[in-house]
Design a protein around this ligand. Structure first.
Ligand SMILES: [Zn+2]
Ligand SMILES: [Zn+2]
Length: 166
């Protein structure tokens, strides 16, 4: 007997809200996200690969109630999904408003954004650079940027950034 293992398809809105992590079993034909009104996709806009939802193993009943995580990048072509793209762009815009930083410092922060939203070998170093550059800075853009970090940096890095969630 052939068993079919694999990922179910996820439906996610373009702002990154998970609609369902198992489109094959949950019949939800919504076209727009009920949380934010953005359109819903189930394929990578660049290569048309299905977005991975929960990992399904045939004949194993999954009793975990945990939802599959929203993936940041396409597993097939490596391009950022629309919500990741939006996150990266927002960070770039805010960094650009940090007037006390030199253009070179801004560029370093921008270059490291991909390493602080998902874990990479450079993440820890990136977090130290962020902590160092942001230390002592004040103002609206800095507060705004810190809010962005709290929402988008993966949790273990928040400790390094001295920004643990309360
Ligand atoms: Zn949404
Ligand atoms: Zn793709």
């Amino acid at each position: 007997m052939i068993t079919i293992d694999g990922f179910r398809t996820a439906k996610i809105c373009s702002n990154g809200h998970m609609i369902t992590d198992s489109a094959e079993t949950i019949n939800d034909n919504s076209n727009f996200c009920k949380t934010c009104g953005a359109s819903i996709i189930s394929k990578c806009p660049h290569c048309q690969s299905r977005i991975h939802g929960i990992y399904h193993v045939e004949h194993v009943v999954c009793i975990s109630s945990e939802e599959a995580p929203v993936p940041a990048y396409c597993h097939n072509c490596g391009k950022p999904y629309p919500w990741t793209e939006a996150t990266l762009q927002t960070a770039e815009h805010i960094i650009d408003m940090l007037d006390e930083l030199t253009p070179d410092q801004k560029k370093q922060l921008v270059d490291f954004i991909p390493d602080i939203i998902v874990e990479t070998p450079k993440s820890r170093y990136a977090a130290l650079v962020y902590a160092k550059f942001l230390d002592g800075l004040q103002g609206l853009a800095v507060d705004c940027f810190k809010d962005w970090l709290k929402k988008n940096v993966f949790p273990t890095l928040l400790v390094l950034l001295n920004m643990q969630k309360q």
